[in-house]
Design a protein around this ligand. Structure first.
Ligand code: MSP
Length: 520
């Protein structure tokens, strides 16, 4: 079975991760967990981009050798950060690993052999922050000085004899590709940008550098190192065995995973992924990825949040206060995927309190308390409120189609609307009033069963977004013993009513979303 293969960008290890990086990786984690719960075989890759001048210079500024610098940052900052955010990636690729460097060299040699690479001279502006050869029209003019619009820093002039890739030859095939496969570049605004960029004409690309040595040597000209983006883009394919013989382990992995289903990227790196990368693959006669999805930026003060502008916020600054699951929830819930969004403590606190603590957390703790009090801590007899169960069927259909289309906000909203509806059901039925008269016991139990069953479904549907909290709820509902692991619950059967059996033991939960401490 072909795996659903999703990648994040591989991040530069010039510094520790900030919430912009975490935004992409959390989105990838939520989507792959959703697909796993759809019963698909999934492969989720992330990693680090370790070569190039940007990383090399930061290492120098810190009096470290580049390899020692990247080793330390990956081990002390990047990997622990993903563990802390509960990211369930299947693999982690580093571009300094031999499995990558060897395959990059093989791939490059094959493009040279097939006539796609030639010797040339590059003269022009370069932004080390972007690691990108810039076009004069890309730059902004500040009192006569040319600045990169993304980094607001002066560009450098490069004048080198390099190796070039015949990128221009792929302009028309790429235009045809996006015309025939509009889903291959999303959202629509991103595709329009790529198409108009291609229509403007594309030059050949310098794919090597000769003035520094922190990179993969060009196999036939070891005075040059491979251009860092050419090296980095290949990670998506080298990590799953590109260039390996078909009957080898790597070759089999490649057949199972390639082409990638989704490359998640920030909009700053869209052109690399939607122009250069597919052209490299076309040149080699390899299938191109099914979709590149460009999300927006997290902004601070109206600008892209970044460490270089000293606006980077570490994920732990937020998770220390709100917890990991609220972090995972907030950005996907608050910002339409594809648009820019600003982070604010006020908005996050407001949503935490109203949506997570009140709508979801309180519902879970009230239900557990009432089952303990009115039903001796056991799930009562199966009952079905047809309006609720019908709403659940609709919720699952809506959430599933939104999630697979990477509309995280739409998917989460559909589920949270159902949560509101369940709250409305409890408020309307007033089980605490029913409990005053033993004659109402059957009705009371039916209300509580319907609420418990709704919470079972909510736990499953929110599991990809908030894995730890929903696991606690799952245990509290006594679902583990009877239904097995929450992560194994399928989206296709979550709406089947009556899965919690009578007699399952409900235990009170720790508060799922504790009241926020006042921040000084
Ligand atoms: N190393 C390259 C990617 C190579 S992929 C073959 C790179 N690295 S990066 O560390 O600078 O950033 C990578 C990604 O981090 C961005 O594309 C984006 O997904 C994410 N973000 C970095 N800053 C961001 C924001 N302020 N907001 C949202 N996402 C941001 O580019």
């Amino acid at each position: 079975m072909k795996s659903f293969y999703l990648t994040t960008p591989i991040y530069y290890v010039n510094d520790a991760p900030h919430i912009g990086h975490a935004y992409t990786t959390v989105a990838g984690d939520v989507l792959t967990r959703w697909h796993r719960q759809r019963g698909e075989s999934v492969w989720f890759l992330t990693g680090t981009d370790e070569h190039g001048q940007k990383v090399m210079r930061t290492a120098e500024q810190n009096n470290a050798a580049p390899q020692a610098w990247v080793d330390k940052l990956v081990a002390d900052a990047w990997k622990p950060n993903w563990t802390a955010l509960n990211i369930a990636n299947d693999d982690f690729i580093r571009t300094t690993e031999p499995r990558h460097t060897e395959r990059v060299q093989k791939f490059l040699q094959s493009l040279k052999d097939s006539g796609h690479i030639y010797a040339g001279k590059y003269e022009g502006p370069y932004c080390v922050g972007c690691e990108e050869f810039k076009l004069p029209g890309d730059l902004i003019d500040a009192d006569g000085e040319k600045l990169c619009p993304i980094h607001s820093k002066p560009i450098e002039l490069v004048n080198e004899n390099n190796w070039f890739f015949k990128l221009s030859e792929f302009t028309q095939p790429l235009l045809d590709h996006y015309k025939n496969n509009p889903e291959a570049c999303q959202p629509e605004s991103a595709r329009n940008e790529v198409v108009s960029f291609l229509e403007g004409g594309v030059s050949d690309l310098s794919i090597s550098r000769s003035t520094f040595d922190w990179g993969i040597p060009v196999p036939w000209d070891t005075d040059q190192v491979v251009y860092v983006w050419f090296d980095a883009l290949l990670n998506y394919a080298t990590a799953v065995g590109l260039t390996d013989a078909p009957d080898s382990e790597g070759g089999k992995k490649f057949a199972e995973t390639w082409p990638a289903d989704v490359h998640l990227v920030g909009k700053d790196i869209l052109r690399f992924h939607a122009v250069i990368w597919p052209a490299m693959l076309m040149a080699a006669g390899i299938d191109i990825p099914k979709k590149v999805f460009a999300h927006g930026w997290l902004l601070v003060g109206g600008e892209k949040m970044s460490k270089s502008k000293l606006t980077g916020i570490a994920p732990s600054d937020i998770t220390d206060h709100f917890g990991v699951d609220a972090f995972r929830y907030y950005f996907l819930r608050a910002i339409p995927f594809g648009s820019d969004g600003s982070f604010s403590w006020e908005d996050m606190s407001a949503r935490y309190t109203s949506e997570l603590a009140n709508d979801f957390g309180n519902l879970a703790s009230r239900l557990a308390a009432m089952i303990e009090k009115y039903c001796e801590g056991k799930i009562p007899a199966v009952a079905e409120d047809s309006a609720l169960s019908a709403a659940l069927v609709e919720t699952v259909a809506k959430a599933d189609s939104a999630m697979v289309a990477l509309d995280f906000q739409g998917g989460i909203n559909a589920v949270m609307d159902f949560c509101k509806r369940v709250n409305g059901f409890v408020t309307e039925k007033q089980p605490w009033i029913l409990a005053k008269d033993p004659a109402n016991q059957a009705e009371l139990e039916a209300v509580l069963y319907n609420t418990a069953e709704s919470l079972r479904a909510l736990a499953v549907l929110l599991h990809p977004v908030m894995p730890a909290t929903t696991e606690i709820l799952w245990q509290s509902l006594g679902a583990q013993d009877v239904l097995g692991d929450i992560s194994k619950q399928q989206i296709s059967s979550v709406a089947k009513w009556g899965q919690l059996p009578q007699g399952a033991t409900v235990t009170k939960t720790p508060v799922l979303f504790p009241r926020l401490e006042v921040k000084e």
